[in-house]
Structure formats: C-alpha cells, structure tokens
Design a binder for this molecule. Structure first.
Ligand SMILES: Nc1ncnc2c1ncn2[C@@H]1O[C@H](COP(=O)(O)OP(=O)(O)O)[C@@H](O)[C@H]1O
Ligand SMILES: [Mg+2]
Length: 267
C-alpha cells in the first residue's frame, strides 16, 4: 500500500507527477541573512506521512530550514509544500519551539483552545476536540491546571496539543523537548511518534542527537555548518513500532556510524 492510498480521496495523486507523494519538495533552496549563509543549495524531498529528523550541530541552519518551510521567512530556490510553492504561512503547516510559549493566565485547556479563539467563537465541539488532544498528549486530568502548575514536559505536551488544535497536517518541531531532561525527552519522543502516526501528519523534527534521530526517523536530513549545507539524506529502514532493543543491533549502530561520518567529514 502506498502512502497516498492511505491518504484517502482528499489527497488525490497527480498522474505522471513524480512528486505526487511529496509533502515537502526543495530544490536548490537557500537563505542568506546579509553576509551570513544560513542555508545553501538544499535539495531534498520528504514524502507525506513521514517522520523526518533534521540533524546537525548548533548554527547549521536547522531552525532556519523549518522557518522557510513554515513560510515565515522568504527563501531562494524552489520550495513546495503539498505541491504548492511556499509563499507565506498557511494553516496546515504548524511550528513548535523548544521553549513553551503558553499564556500563563490561561489553563492548559484554554491555551489549547487559543487557535480556535483567534479564528472566532469557541463551540462545544472545539472544547471536546481540545479535551481529546489533551488526552492524546497524556494530559487527562490537567485540563484546568495553569502553566506554572505543570512540569516543563507537561507544558510542552500542552504546546503540542495546541499545535494539533490548529489542524496542521505538517508539524515542524524545533527541538521540542530539547530543554527537558534525557529521561523525559526519551519518553516524549516515543509518544510523539505514536501521535504522529495517530493523526497521520508529516513531521519534521529538529535534533542534534544522532541516536535519537536514527531511532525515531524514517529519514534524516544531515546538515553541516559553514555554510549551512545539506550533507545528505540518510534513510532509516527499520520497521515500526521500534523497541529500545533496536539500538543494540549492528544495523542500528551502522547507520549511527554512517551519520556520524557524514557529520564529521564536513566539520
Ligand atoms: N534572523 C537572523 N538574522 C541573522 N542571522 C541569522 C538569523 N537567523 C539565523 N541566523 C544565522 O543563520 C545561521 C543558522 O542559524 P539557525 O538556523 O538558527 O541554526 P540552528 O537552528 O541549526 O542552530 C547561524 O549562523 C545564525 O546566526
Ligand atoms: Mg535552532
């Protein structure tokens, strides 16, 4: 079964189009900030419904790449999302950051409802949907807690529920759990993959952790600094669901080694 078969009638494949299944298609994409080259000549394709890691050291252009895809800053080159050239922000593409951006005077539920508030009146159905997303991210029972009453991990869960509430089908996550301790991060990463599968989204996930990228992703965009280059795209063929024991296998450590080499070679 191909990816588009699962997509149902609302995403018809375009006959004769090689990129019919592409969610993000970039060709010679670049970005400069004055004399700083943040991204240079990036060419890649991300299929619909994939979980893709964007991996690289600090300053190599990972956040910039996500902002370009989100349409928050103009780009050079050709960049399409779901077959449409990126020309600005759009409702089906959503971005989430490393640090929670919740409103402290609103409860978790009220924060998750924000995208709806901004669009207009909140209906009972919106409320129900927000409660469902809070439950999906594991926050059942915390709907009426305020951000200060929630741990960092729970605040990021709330941010994720709010992102889902926007209806975005392309999730751009910029080191979403990067500020959390390793144990919490590992657990949330696994939950993230489950949520990604449940809501049938395409997810781009920024990390600077090689093992994490190989364990979670369908493919890895490996980026290197000076200037921001896409060193390569590494496919991660392991079946899902993936158990932690996968990390002990030679197949796994081989890919980790390949990625490390790809990063090291250009440093
Ligand atoms: N708004 C901006 N103005 C000027 N330079 C920027 C801006 N955003 C990013 N940069 C530069 O672009 C490069 C890539 O940054 P960034 O995308 O944040 O990297 P990463 O997320 O991988 O750490 C860095 O050299 C950074 O200083
Ligand atoms: Mg960044």
């Amino acid at each position: 079964m191909s990816i588009d078969d699962r997509a149902g009638p609302e995403v018809p494949p375009t006959p004769g189009d090689d990129h019919a299944e592409a969610c993000v298609a970039a060709r010679n994409v670049g970005k400069r900030f004055g004399s700083v080259v943040a991204i240079e000549n990036a060419t890649f394709t991300i299929p619909n419904r994939h979980f893709t890691a964007v991996l690289g050291p600090s300053g190599c252009g990972k956040s910039t790449l996500l902002r370009l895809i989100a349409g928050l800053v103009p780009h050079e080159g050709e960049l399409d999302v779901k077959g449409q050239p990126v020309s600005g922000p759009r409702p089906d593409v959503g971005l989430m950051f490393q640090h929670p951006t919740l409103l402290p005077w609103r409860s978790a539920l009220e924060n998750v409802l924000l995208p709806t508030v901004i669009r207009g009146r909140v209906t009972d159905r919106d409320r129900e949907q927000a409660m469902q997303y809070l439950s999906l991210v594991g926050l059942e029972g915390f709907e009426f807690s305020y951000p200060r009453q929630l741990s960092g991990g729970m605040q990021q869960r709330t941010s994720l529920a709010r992102l889902l509430m926007t209806g975005a089908q392309v999730l751009l996550l910029d080191e979403p759990f990067g500020a959390l301790d390793e144990f919490t991060r590992e657990r949330l990463n696994l939950e993230l993959v489950r949520i990604h599968e449940e809501i049938e989204a395409t997810t781009l996930f920024v990390t600077h952790n090689i093992t994490e990228a190989v364990f979670l992703a369908d493919e890895i965009l490996v980026m290197t600094p000076r200037p921001g280059r896409l060193a390569g795209v590494v496919q991660v063929p392991f079946e899902r669901p993936r158990g932690i024991e996968l990390q002990r296998t030679t197949a796994f450590t081989d890919i980790v080694f390949d990625v490390r080499e790809m990063l090291g070679a250009a440093l």
